[in-house]
Ligand binder design. Structure first.
Ligand code: C5P
Length: 309
């Protein structure tokens, strides 16, 4: 093992977007404990900012940039961002040298928006820069895949087709730009619990909905996109949390182009025609008792450097 790395900067801040699944197809449980996926990811303009700096011990600090409850985010070494830092060092054969990771959260926690994955991806990029490691993109993607199914997508952003258990990502042509209204839920949902509920009635994995989705994206047509949205985890999530069906129905009663549960939930997505339309949907949902809501554009780019000092 070598110990030598030269810090380039005292601190580095990296911005990471939330992800939504425009489509999420799930197949029967594999022997490795994961489910095969056919998914279409989109990165949206709701962000966590992660600032890394060298420190005597691993430290995680989390604060909210809006009305987000961050109390359930682990502050110890079980935080995925710390695991990302350790894995990056192990990849380079470095003796462990800790860092402080400050996370400014704009992505709701346990919301089906891959906020924890975004933080891990941002930490990889931030520490790579802080420690001047110059890790190749391919290596970053493979380290990301070891951290979680959604982490590679957080690195690339945009709109992408995800296969394997979600970790194999390929950008897809997307001619449109869209506005989403996010309806969060105060009570998070556990991803493994929703997959376990799916296992009660698994179905063969089909690629047909992906083709329909890719055609809608290539056309850049939001109405076509609305018709192509799908999520195989929606029914299992509704069985665990019947009140989520009410949220989807509340969105259906607005003039939204389409609605969908985000990933394994509980956040519900409404597809709007424009930023103004998204805000109008937000006002209607507030009258129905659903607030706060957040409007976000998509697609946006993946993890990127915003500041270094
Ligand atoms: O990959 P990640 O660690 O984010 O996944 C969290 C959990 O979600 C897994 O341990 C597994 O229980 C479930 N999962 C799954 N199939 C996938 C992705 C996640 O069963 N394709």
């Amino acid at each position: 093992m070598s110990q030598m790395w030269q810090p380039m900067d005292d601190s580095v801040t990296v911005r990471a977007p939330a992800k939504i699944n425009l489509g999420l197809g799930v197949g029967p449980l594999r022997a490795d404990g994961y489910h095969p996926l056919q998914t279409v990811y989109q990165a949206i303009g709701l962000y966590d900012d992660v600032t890394v700096s060298s420190c005597q011990e691993w430290q995680v600090e989390v604060r909210s940039t809006s009305e987000i409850d961050v109390s359930s985010v682990p502050l110890d070494q079980s935080n995925l961002a710390v695991r990302a830092g350790k894995l990056l060092q192990a990849h380079h054969g470095l003796v462990e040298s800790p860092a402080r990771i400050e996370i400014a959260k704009g992505i709701p926690v346990a919301g089906g928006l891959a906020g924890g994955s975004a933080d891990a991806a941002a930490t990889l990029v931030g520490l790579d820069r802080l420690w001047n490691l110059r890790t190749s993109d391919d290596d970053l993607l493979s380290i990301a895949a070891q951290l979680g199914s959604d982490v590679p997508f957080a690195l690339i952003g945009g709109t992408a087709h995800g296969t394997g258990h979600g970790e194999i990502v390929e950008p897809v042509p997307d001619a449109g730009s869209y506005w989403w209204l996010l309806v969060p839920h105060p009570e998070g949902l556990s991803t493994p619990a929703v997959y376990a509920e799916y296992d009660a009635s698994p179905a063969p994995l089909s690629v047909e909905p992906v083709s329909r989705m890719l055609a809608a994206l290539a056309a850049g047509d939001p109405v076509q996109l609305a018709a192509a949205l799908w999520n195989d985890l929606a029914e299992p999530a509704f069985r665990l949390r019947p009140d989520l069906r009410d949220v989807v129905e509340a969105v259906r009663r607005t003039s939204a182009l389409g609605q969908l549960l985000s990933g394994s939930g509980p956040t519900v997505l409404a597809l709007a025609e424009s930023a103004d339309h998204a805000r109008e949907l937000g006002r209607h949902l507030a009258e129905a008792g659903y607030e706060p809501t957040w409007a976000a554009p998509g697609p946006v780019s993946g993890v990127h450097l915003v500041d270094y000092a």
